[in-house]
Design a protein around this ligand. Structure first.
Ligand code: ZN
Length: 211
């Protein structure tokens, strides 16, 4: 085994020791179950670690990550995480967190085929098509990319609200708020994109479901 791989196990031992030093009951308390108030849907990018960014401890945030923090309605993985978070854990907040410099979003702006992932990226291209006028009006490539990141997050928040899972929770009177953020990998700062949805009334009527 190489040095890097062995170091991971050494790091774990050290982390356990540190946690126990701070609180001898740290792990035994977690054994009783979880009740996180937050579901995080973020990018798989290694520079955007959910817990660290928001200073969350184990047990405080339920996490789903994929390339470009997408909410794809046929994604059983995402739907299962969402269903469990909303219906079993009863989270109060869902944050979709994108990040500036997202490679998935960048790929969606271009035309190069990069393999199987083209099929995933295509969902991001749909966001581009929806906001083509605005995105194309920005000349600076970096600004264009940044804005596309933000618009993609907003669309994913709306896509969350369109799911039967979220709408059913609202129908049942559950307090559930959806938010969109963009994270700066270069400065660590989160930008609240001010897309907060807590009712199906904020959706176009064609998406509103009657139960
Ligand atoms: Zn990304």
């Amino acid at each position: 085994m190489d040095k890097f791989y062995n170091q991971l196990k050494a790091n774990n031992k050290e982390w356990v020791a540190q946690q126990l030093e701070k609180d001898p009951a740290f792990f035994s308390k977690l054994e009783n179950g979880q009740q996180p108030p937050l579901l995080w849907i973020g990018c798989a990018d290694s520079r955007v670690p959910a817990n660290q960014i928001i200073g969350a401890q184990p047990g405080e945030v339920f996490v789903h990550r994929n390339i470009a923090n997408m909410v794809v309605h046929t994604d059983m993985n995402m739907l299962s995480v969402l269903d469990y978070a909303v219906n079993a854990l009863k989270v109060k907040h869902v944050i979709v967190c994108g990040h500036y410099g997202c490679g998935g979003v960048k790929a969606a702006m271009g035309n190069d085929s990069i393999g199987l992932i083209d099929n995933w990226i295509r969902h991001i291209k749909n966001v581009y098509r929806l906001h083509k006028t605005e995105i194309d009006s920005i000349e600076d490539e970096k600004q264009k990319w940044d804005r596309f990141v933000e618009l993609n997050v907003k669309e994913q928040v709306f896509d969350l609200a369109k799911t039967s899972i979220v709408q059913n929770a609202w129908h049942n009177g559950q307090d559930l708020q959806l938010h969109g953020w963009a994270y700066g990998v270069g400065d660590g700062i989160v930008k609240d994109l001010d897309v907060n949805i807590s009712s199906d009334k904020q959706l176009d009527s064609v998406y509103q479901l009657n139960f």
